[in-house]
Design a protein around this ligand. Structure first.
Ligand code: FES
Length: 227
C-alpha cells in the first residue's frame, strides 16, 4: 500500500496533542491504523492499533505510566518494545514473553510526531536532521486539513497553488493567504490524506484568520465536489 513516491517518515500528529502518560490518539500512515501515545517519560509511541491478545483496538485503552493497558482484559504492554509486562487480573501469573504489540518507529521533530513503518520492532531515539528542519524554528501550528483524496492528488494541488517540495520528506513550502507556509503531507489511506499547516503568523492574528480562509479554499480545490 506504500505510494511509490511516499517518504518513509510520516508526520502523523502535532506533538502537543500527545500528553505524557495521558491520552491515546488514533492515526494512520500508508493505510496502517495506529495508536499514538506518549509514555510518562515523554517518548512518543506509534503502535499498530490492535492488542495482540484478542485484537481489541488500543485506542480504547489507557496509558498507565510507561505502559499501554488494553481496555478488554487489561493486559499491559511496555513503551518502547511493546512487550506484554503485566496481567493485572492474574498478578501471580508471569507475563507471556511471546506476546508483543506491533511497534513502529516514532520521533518528535519540528513540533510533529513522525512515524516510520519500516522501523518496526524498536523505538527510534533520534530524529533525522531533515525532519528537524521541516518547520523553521519559532513557527506556529495553524491547523490540520483532513482531505478525502489520495496523497498524489494533494501533491498536485499543492503544486498548482505554488508550493514546492522541501528538503524534509513530505514537507512543502509555499504561500497561503499571503503568508509563508509549510504544509506537511500525511499519506494516511488510499483516499485519505492530511496536511498539517505551519506558519510564521502569530496565533489569533488577522493574518492567521486569512491563512485559515485560504486553507479552506485549498481544501475545496482538492476534494471532489459533491453533487
Ligand atoms: S484483547 Fe487486549 S487484553 Fe485481551
Amino acid at each position: 500500500m506504500t505510494h511509490p513516491t511516499a517518504s518513509p517518515w510520516h508526520p502523523v500528529a502535532p506533538s502537543a496533542g500527545l500528553r505524557p502518560g495521558a491520552n491515546i490518539v488514533a492515526g494512520f500512515a500508508e493505510g496502517q491504523e495506529l495508536a499514538l501515545w506518549r509514555s510518562a517519560d515523554g517518548a512518543a509511541q506509534a503502535w499498530e492499533n490492535r492488542c495482540p491478545h484478542r485484537s481489541v483496538r488500543f485506542t480504547l485503552g489507557q496509558v498507565v505510566e510507561n505502559r499501554l493497558a488494553c481496555a478488554y482484559h487489561g493486559w499491559q504492554y511496555a513503551a518502547g518494545n511493546g512487550q506484554c509486562v503485566g496481567i493485572p487480573a492474574h498478578p501471580a501469573m508471569p507475563a507471556p514473553r511471546n506476546v508483543c504489540a506491533r511497534v513502529f518507529g516514532a520521533v518528535d521533530a519540528a513540533g510533529m510526531v513522525w512515524v516510520n513503518l519500516a522501523h518496526e520492532g524498536s523505538m527510534t531515539t533520534s530524529a533525522p536532521q531533515a525532519l528537524a528542519d521541516a518547520v523553521p524554528a519559532g513557527w506556529h501550528f495553524c491547523r490540520t486539513l483532513t482531505l478525502r483524496a489520495g496523497a498524489q492528488q494533494v501533491r498536485e494541488a499543492l503544486v498548482r497553488h505554488g508550493f514546492a517540495a522541501g528538503a524534509a520528506p513530505g514537507a512543502w513550502r509555499g504561500m497561503l493567504g499571503g503568508a509563508p507556509t509549510v504544509a506537511l503531507l500525511l499519506d494516511a489511506q488510499p483516499q485519505l490524506a492530511f496536511i498539517h499547516l505551519w506558519a510564521e503568523t502569530a496565533p489569533g492574528s488577522e493574518a492567521m484568520k486569512t491563512l485559515h480562509a485560504a486553507a479552506r479554499t485549498l481544501r475545496g480545490d482538492i476534494e471532489p465536489t459533491e453533487t
